[in-house]
Design a protein around this ligand. Sequence first.
Ligand SMILES: [Zn+2]
Length: 390
Amino acid sequence: MRTREATLKAYKYRLYPTRAQEDALSLTLTLCQRLYNGMLEERRGAYKKAGKSLTAYDQMKSLPEVKAALPEYQGVNAQVLQDVAKRLDKSFKGFFRRVKAGHKAGYPRFRGRDRYDSFTYPQPSQHSVSGDGKHVYLPKIGNVRIRLHRPFSGKLKTLTVKREGQEWYAVLTCEAPRAEPLPLTGSAVGIDLGVNHLVITSDGEFVDNPRFLRSAQKRLRVAQRSLSRKKRGSNRRKKAKAAVARLHLKVKRQRDDLHHKVALKLVRENDLIAHEELNITALTRTRLSKSVLDAGWAGLLDKLRAKAEEAGRVVVGVCPKYTSQDCHQCGHREKHSLSVREFICKGCGAVLNRDWNAAMNILARALPSVGNVDQRVMRSPRSPAIHRGE
Ligand SMILES: [Zn+2]
């Protein structure tokens, strides 16, 4: 039986600040960024001069002095400023950890405006979001309009305000008891991550690779080209830059959304999900590159693992060798060129979509490795029929 530990979940919502609120948000970001760089400078100085390491606590203690010397900081919530010291501390701790582990480690760097895009209320009120769910209260900024496109639940732990391009978002992290695992379904599935399709399951389901992503990407390329032609520092360049950022976001959002849906469906319907272990970096270097990145396999698998864990499902990665060459029915190995979409077995005469055959092999490989999964899982996949995927 699983224990019901608490989990942290993040919810991201679009904010619609007024003009004045937007100015206040921008100013807060700028002041936090300057403070971050100032504190970094201070740490460097203390170390150089006296060989002394400052802690986050040391730096938080000096915040009242900062406020006295620079009155504009009085307009920023005290906890938000403290969180800046904690962030810097985090990057130092990460740096020291990497040094200790013998990894190549870069010393924490100064952050430019583009590299500092959020600030955090580390202990927000549980009533930050208004009862009707239309506003979020941000201390020192005000009640900002929010769009809760899905509800959140649990105890509110942190509230982060984020700038993405020209849009603003609130990220709420909430602590909630771990969800009960979903009831067993008695089904297991193998998935092949395709180039022509995003996913092909051993049940013969095809999820298409999103063409809309490709068209959005085309528009992105056009926008990027247009940006590169604009004069540095010009107003037109600023506009073009914003357009590129907007399109980037759009592509990312659409892809994430699709991945969530696909992962959710797989997890709901199956106790065991088998996929091929991917060497994504190696693949992306080949000429398949564009499509691989389009499909964003790694992102999909991440979401799949996260959802499976929450639901008590099993996700298994298997060795991908020969999965598209072996006949799932008789085991005969047939070398096909990548361009051949149909698997035709000279051993038993099976004819089916190459990726579907691979998905069934992937499932078959995973089954022996999960002896402890409920026996009902061992149902074999649907028997193959002649199937043309395109
Ligand atoms: Zn065969």
